[in-house]
Design a protein around this ligand. Structure first.
Ligand SMILES: C[S@@+](CC[C@H](N)C(=O)[O-])C[C@H]1O[C@@H](n2cnc3c(N)ncnc32)[C@H](O)[C@@H]1O
Length: 490
């Protein structure tokens, strides 16, 4: 059976709902939203339906169904009862009077069916399986939900506010379409979605006057490796990018979300040994992208220049960076460069590798009894730096999360020990965090450098130092004890 999707205006229309339980309630919420004139027939009703009645949103007849309740003045009747004979009687009565009818879970007794609805008013998306599997339709709704920003409705509001102005300014239909396409892809759209309608209107008006370059830069955190760990906003940025400039630590699976005509620019940087994603990493990118890699090491200046040039040319540039753009990611430098050129720039946070590695290993970075603070450090060049407060770093009530620390681990260890951190402090190196090849090497501050040397690390890795590193071991002991009551684990 094919059902044609139509959006029905029910404002002021008489509608009847037979049944007073949760199923009826779900339908009633939509009917109230549609401002229908509603009657509920049921001997008993859910307290929420009673509240709707008290608020004047509907009337209730506390009785069983009777055929005369359906008459020609009704627009719609819904049967939401468990009694099959009631639904059958409702259906017969509705057909007799030519009233639209929906009997819940009885597709053969329906002239209309309810879709699964995604509500971003005034944008409303309806999903239907033609009555074959409402559960599947609801799952599909869930998939689509994650792709549509909560503030999508405000984008429609932006368009509504400028409609007449745009029609007058751009009488040609094709020009108008091109204008709206560029607005919906611009920072004006981002501002509207985030709720700053005033700024959105101002930007869209500037675009209409041809005063502004619609180019923009988004610094987006791709997360630590597992592509599922990107944010919804980050994903949408990828989907709408004209130019996607991505780092080596970005999982290529994320690039598949980009538009087909996107310009992919591989700006993979190689630093110390641990930054290289080797055999245990995720390897080459999925596509054949445009590469900036003159000598194997990309210069930050070249990245900045390309980013600025593309945005100045009116493109939406997404600078996709591993983890979070502002944690050891040079996001701050890129932000300043963009600002110096007067370009619109926005930052989408990502889950940083250190936090993700800890979570996936079951290590809480803070713990009321073990660690009151956490420090994110870079091992890169830090051991030679003069302004490092080693005594502060060695305090025993804190957790250290060390990025790019593989090469300098022996030196960091020596400095921490010299500054007073105990040899027995638990420490771990986590390689390829959140990926299938995640590996954890547990030890102590004393033993870890040797263990790591022997382990031949090739993927990106972070090192965590602090009492909290012991928590997974404690949890495992507790689990064993719970399964073997009476036995004390060693
Ligand atoms: C240049 S920093 C970028 C950090 C990134 N902005 C972030 O917030 O995670 C690169 C370093 O992050 C760490 N790293 C990144 N991804 C990792 C992963 N999946 N597992 C372990 N460490 C990772 C490694 O220490 C690597 O050398």
């Amino acid at each position: 059976m094919f059902y044609l999707p139509l959006f029905h205006r029910l404002q002021g229309a008489q509608c009847l709902v037979v049944g007073g339980g949760q199923t009826a309630l779900r339908k009633l919420r939509w009917l109230v939203r549609a401002e229908a004139q509603i009657t509920v027939i049921a001997p008993q009703v859910d307290p929420e339906i009673q509240r709707m009645r008290d608020a004047g949103q509907l009337r209730i007849e506390r009785t069983g169904f009777y055929a005369e309740a359906v008459h020609g003045q009704l627009r719609l009747v819904i049967s939401a009862t468990n009694a099959p004979e009631v639904s059958e009687a409702v259906f017969v009565a509705a057909l007799k009077h030519g009233v639209l009818v929906n009997c819940v879970d009885r597709t053969e007794l329906c002239t209309i069916i309810f879709p699964a609805i995604i509500d971003r008013l005034p944008i409303l998306v309806a999903v239907s399986s033609m009555g074959q599997s409402p559960t599947l339709a609801r799952s599909v709704r869930g998939w689509i939900e994650t792709r549509l920003p909560q503030g999508l409705g405000r984008l429609a509001e932006l368009a509504g506010r400028l409609r007449i102005q745009v029609k007058q300014g751009l009488p040609n239909v094709d020009e108008r379409k091109a204008y709206w396409d560029s607005v919906f892809d611009s920072s004006a759209a981002d501002k509207a979605i985030q709720g700053d309608l005033k700024a959105a209107v101002a930007l869209a008006e500037e675009m209409l006057d041809g005063q502004t370059n619609s180019g923009q830069i988004l610094l987006v955190g791709a997360g630590p490796g597992d592509p599922d760990l990107i944010t919804l906003r980050g994903l949408r940025a990828i989907q709408t990018a004209d130019v996607l400039m991505y780092d080596k630590l970005v999982n290529p699976a994320l690039l598949d979300y980009a538009r087909r005509d996107v310009e992919l620019v591989d700006v993979g940087k190689q630093g110390p040994r641990e930054e290289v994603v080797g055999a245990t990493g995720w390897g080459a990118a999925a596509s054949t992208p445009n590469k900036i890699r003159p000598t194997g090491t990309t210069m930050q200046a070249a990245i900045n220049q390309r980013m600025v040039d593309e945005a100045m040319g009116g493109k939406k540039v997404v600078r996709l960076k591993g983890g979070d753009p502002f944690i050891f990611g040079r996001g701050g430098e890129e932000l300043l460069v963009a600002a110096e050129h007067g370009l619109e720039v926005a930052v989408v946070p990502g889950i940083t590798a250190g936090m993700a590695a800890a979570s996936y290993a079951g290590i809480p970075l803070t713990h009321r009894h073990m660690s009151q603070s956490v420090r994110f450090l870079t091992g890169h060049r830090v051991v030679d730096a003069e302004n490092v407060e080693w005594a502060e770093w060695a305090r025993d009530d804190q957790t250290l999360v060390i990025y790019m620390g593989l090469v300098s681990l022996p030196k960091i260890q020596k400095r921490l020990l010299a500054a007073g951190r105990a040899e027995t402090t638990p420490a771990v190196l986590i390689e390829n965090a959140t990926l299938t090849g995640q590996r954890e090497i547990y030890g102590t501050l004393k033993t870890l450098p040797e263990q790591v040397e022997a382990a031949q690390i090739t993927g990106p890795s972070v090192i965590i130092v602090g009492e909290v590193v012991d928590v997974p071991k404690q949890a495992e002991k507790a689990r064993i004890a719970a399964k073997n009551p009476g036995q004390i684990p060693l």
